[in-house]
Write a protein of this length. Structure first.
Length: 94
């Protein structure tokens, strides 16, 4: 299994935990992934989205912006999703 596949598995599991209202567990899982891969754009994107869902919009936007800055590792669908979320946040703040 390559690193990209591993981050997909981590992301899927984090979203699954979040959908079960287990945000703390999802956050811990993502923090563990970031301890190993601190600049992984997929993990950053997922963390940013979960931060936004939990109400931490500024932190989420910052994390999503970090993910976009490392876009070379983001799949096109994830890049589009992250870019759209940042756009929505910027529109809300105007």
């Amino acid at each position: 299994m390559c690193i990209r596949d591993s981050t997909k598995v981590v992301g899927y599991h984090a979203f699954e935990l979040a959908s079960q209202d287990k945000m703390k567990e999802a956050w811990l899982l993502l923090q563990g992934a970031l301890a190993v891969l601190p600049e992984d754009p997929t993990v950053l994107a997922i963390l940013g989205e979960l931060q936004i869902r939990s109400g931490a919009k500024d932190a989420g936007k910052s994390t999503l912006t970090r993910a976009i800055a490392r876009e070379a590792g983001l799949e096109p669908t994830m890049k589009a999703r992250v870019t759209a979320l940042v756009g929505e946040l910027e529109a809300e703040s105007r």
